[in-house]
Design a protein. Structure first.
Length: 389
């Protein structure tokens, strides 16, 4: 075997003058440039990529209500992928609504470590291996985040730069969770000037959703977005979108149940853009979304990570769909990962970390209403709170 210096190795002579050597060297150089870690496989032992994970319960600042649930805490799984002295971080925010839990995510992550091999840059290959296990998109997203973090650290550049993107994005919306119209208006008044967009959760099933928007509109001039979380029937949706069109609403998110057979009728009749969220998980869902919506809401916990979300963003643009980037209630790890691709999106809803009572991580800059990714290598996140608290 030939050593990196070209000397004899393991008793095999170096073949400096062998035909095709120049081409071989060119390929080796390219491989070294593209895959600096795997390059070192030749004749050397390369450390395996090692994955560890832990489950945490994060308390929200205030109880958070949407059409189908109210939460005071959320459970997340933080992961760390170590390789060659560097660590990459990721976060899984599994959603019960999609049949995932911290238990199922943890079970997946316990097995995933063995599939990672020794080259964190081999993202396509790793995605193929992890994809052989069905579901568990939140856990897969955590692995994808951590690998991007690690690759950025190896390369010495932030992930947005690694992807050739920009360190910018639209202002994030701030969520006004579901309550009585007056309560939602009072909470809106308390926000002050921190945010430049508001997202109102609707879908209480009490016939007051338009009234909620009217009450909030009465106390703010900010652009409003509404998210119904699948709670309207078709007739109700057709009526409500008409009423909302005069209230400065930018778009209506997921008014109908995912997969609703009449979604195309609402799209055709609506004076406001319809965005879908629960309807769209991965790349394969984007073309169907074009039949029922004007835009799609991408979330890493649904897509399985940054790579698939980027593919979805470009697919949506090719279909002339608007692109929104959303999140779960999650820490700055998950938000930082999403913020890396915010410059690809028309609308951003990345307030998940700001909803927490205490965010155990830091690394996203909230500047003039925008969640700006760090200029540090990788995701640029670090632990902000001691684990012993
Ligand atoms: Mg939504």
């Amino acid at each position: 075997m030939l050593s990196r210096s070209g000397r004899r190795f393991n008793g095999v002579p170096a073949r400096r003058n062998a035909p095709g050597r120049n081409r071989t060297c060119d390929l080796a150089l390219r491989r070294r440039t593209l895959y600096p870690l795997s390059y070192r496989r030749v004749g050397l032992s390369v450390p395996l990529v090692k994955l560890t994970h832990r489950t945490v319960t994060l308390a929200l600042r205030e109880p958070f209500s949407i059409s189908r649930s109210t939460d005071e805490t959320v459970d997340s799984v933080f992961i760390e992928i170590e390789h060659d002295g560097l660590a990459g971080y990721g976060e899984a925010s599994p959603q019960e609504h999609y049949g995932e839990s911290v238990e199922s995510a943890s079970a997946f992550l316990s097995e995933a470590g063995a599939l990672l091999g020794d080259d964190p840059f081999a993202l396509d290959e790793l995605e193929g291996r992890l994809g052989s296990v069905p579901g568990e998109h939140a856990a897969k997203a955590a692995v994808d985040m951590a690998l991007h973090d690690l690759c950025g650290k190896v390369a010495g550049v932030p992930v947005w730069r690694l992807l050739g993107l920009r360190r910018e994005g639209p202002p994030t919306s701030w969520t006004i969770w579901l309550g009585d119209p007056d309560d939602m208006a009072r909470r809106t008044e308390r926000i002050g000037s921190r945010f430049r967009r508001l997202k109102l959760k609707l879908g209480a099933g009490d016939g007051l959703d338009v009234e909620r928007v009217r009450a909030v509109r009465g106390v703010t001039e900010l652009p409003l977005q509404v998210d119904v979380n699948e709670a309207w029937e078709l007739d109700e949706a057709l009526e409500n979108v008409e009423a909302l069109s005069g209230l400065g609403v930018q778009y209506v998110e997921q008014p109908l149940q995912a997969g609703h057979p009449e979604g195309h009728r609402l799209k055709a009749a609506s004076p406001l853009p319809i965005y879908v969220d629960e309807d769209v998980h991965g790349l394969k869902d984007v073309s169907a979304a074009a039949e029922r919506a004007h835009g799609v809401n991408l979330k890493l916990a649904k897509s399985g990570g940054i790579r698939e979300a980027v593919r979805m963003a470009y697919a949506a643009k090719a279909l002339d769909l608007g692109v929104m980037l959303g999140c779960m209630v999650e820490s700055s790890v998950g938000i930082a990962a999403a913020a890396q691709i915010a410059s690809l999106c028309d609308h951003v809803d990345l307030d998940g970390n700001l909803l927490l009572g205490e965010d155990p991580w830091a690394g996203v800059d909230f500047v003039d209403g925008v969640q700006v990714p760090s200029d540090q290598p990788g995701l640029g996140v670090h632990e902000a709170l001691s684990r012993t608290r």
